[in-house]
Design a protein around this ligand. Structure first.
Ligand SMILES: Cc1ncc(COP(=O)(O)O)c(C=O)c1O
Length: 398
């Protein structure tokens, strides 16, 4: 038996991974340890909004690492304060708490809502979330998620989450009771297969939560930071949530997440929330560089145009191969394959040097860098086209 070049067995086997080992990335491309190049339309799971190893991220890390990595969260640091102020200035929120992962930011949002309930709503603690929703892998965020596969895992779940149906206001209304303190959702359900809430539903949800004195929590970990063509997705619906969480894109590839709240909702008291690495200057310096790049109007305009181009190319591809709808917004799109062939397409794409994701057996999800070029989109479409042609031919023979 050949000795494997890499010690795979030293890692806990938590998911099926191909044996590819990546060693380098640049923009929309990755290289493995054999020198093979891959066009990346996964980008760290919608994380690398500026592509692989962008100079502004590398420079921010290098510069900050030379002066201060962390003074401890018991003290203020300049980079953290700057990023907090920049986020507040670019959004409808008044205060932020930094975290290290999306799940941790959501865990913070859940705690903040419960604190608000304890202070202002007679101890109300229930949060209405949505079937199909995904909020992370801590116990509370798994409990908040509406992912079917999570249901039998790690029982008992954290109590206090009731699931409504996306785009069905009556299903939300039905679940409101004296214990309800908040409604929490992803404006586009990413992991479920890219299912968008309509702007109308989001507007109605805002009105309903206001009518009942409930907090509205947007999980923008996947949709935020320009992913859907505006800095934050809530802007599309022209509403202002009370709480928002960011992750993925804000760090441009490094572990940084944020819990943002309006002055009314920002009610933590000393001792309620914290964490050793939270708000460390190394990550915050990167967040600042990323926010500066992504929030530039010309950058958002180009990302939005790239999204429209990708969408129209996917629609043409779908028509050529008799596939289903293209859904999503900006550079978070899915193609309905109509058949459970997603895993096989992903495997063939990897072989062909193209990284694609299939969040559900019958769908492909596209989440390239926000600065992806038209040429790179065309290259991806060409690669996928030839895989679909082969798959179609195989079906006709079978
Ligand atoms: C909408 C949403 N919320 C939360 C998370 C969890 O983030 P993390 O994996 O950084 O904990 C994800 C990750 O995919 C996500 O897409």
């Amino acid at each position: 038996m050949p000795t494997p070049a890499h010690p795979f067995d030293a890692l806990m086997d938590i998911t099926a991974r191909p044996q590819t080992v990546f060693v380098r990335g640049e923009g929309s491309y990755l290289w493995d340890d054999t020198g093979k190049r891959y066009l990346d339309f996964i980008q760290g799971w919608a994380v690398n909004c500026l592509g692989h190893a962008p100079a502004c991220v590398a420079d921010a890390i290098a510069a900050q690492a030379k002066v201060l990595i962390t003074p401890s969260p018991a003290y203020y640091n300049a980079a953290g304060l700057k990023l907090a102020k920049a986020l507040v200035d670019h959004s409808c929120f008044d205060q932020v708490f930094f975290a290290n992962s999306g799940a941790e930011a959501n865990e913070g949002a859940i705690k903040l809502a419960r604190k608000y309930g304890a202070l202002h709503k007679d101890g109300a603690f229930e949060i209405i979330t949505f079937e199909g929703g995904f909020h992370g892998r801590t116990l509370a965020t798994m409990s908040a998620s509406g992912k079917k596969a999570f249901e039998p895992l790690f029982e008992p779940k954290v109590a206090g989450f009731r699931k409504a149906k996306l785009n069905d206001l009556a299903s939300v209304k039905q679940l409101i009771n004296d214990n309800t303190v908040a409604v929490m959702l992803e404006p586009i359900q990413g992991e479920a297969g890219v299912w968008p809430a309509t702007d109308q539903f989001l507007k109605e949800l805002r009105a309903l939560t206001q009518e009942h004195g409930l907090l509205l929590i947007f999980d923008e970990i996947q949709t935020g930071m320009g992913r859907t063509g505006v800095l934050f997705h809530y802007e599309h619906a022209e509403i202002a949530p009370d709480i928002m969480t960011l992750g993925k894109g804000i760090g441009g590839g490094v572990p940084l997440a944020v819990l943002l709240a309006t002055g009314k909702a920002s009610c933590f008291e000393h001792g309620d929330q914290g964490g050793t690495f939270n708000g460390n200057p190394l990550m915050c310096a990167v967040g600042l560089a990323v926010l500066e790049a992504v929030s530039a109007p010309s950058f958002l305009k180009a990302a939005s145009e790239a999204g429209l181009y990708l969408e129209s190319e996917l629609q043409k591809l779908s028509a050529r191969h008799g596939l289903g709808e293209v859904r999503g917004r900006g550079l978070l799109l899915a193609l309905d394959l109509k058949l459970p062939i997603g895993a096989s397409i992903v495997e063939q794409a990897l072989e062909a040097g193209l990284l694609l994701n299939s969040p559900q057996p019958d769908a492909l999800r596209f989440m390239p860098a926000l600065n992806v070029t038209r040429e790179e989109i065309a290259e991806m479409i060409e690669g996928l086209d030839s895989i679909l042609t082969k798959a179609g031919a195989a079906r006709r023979v079978a």
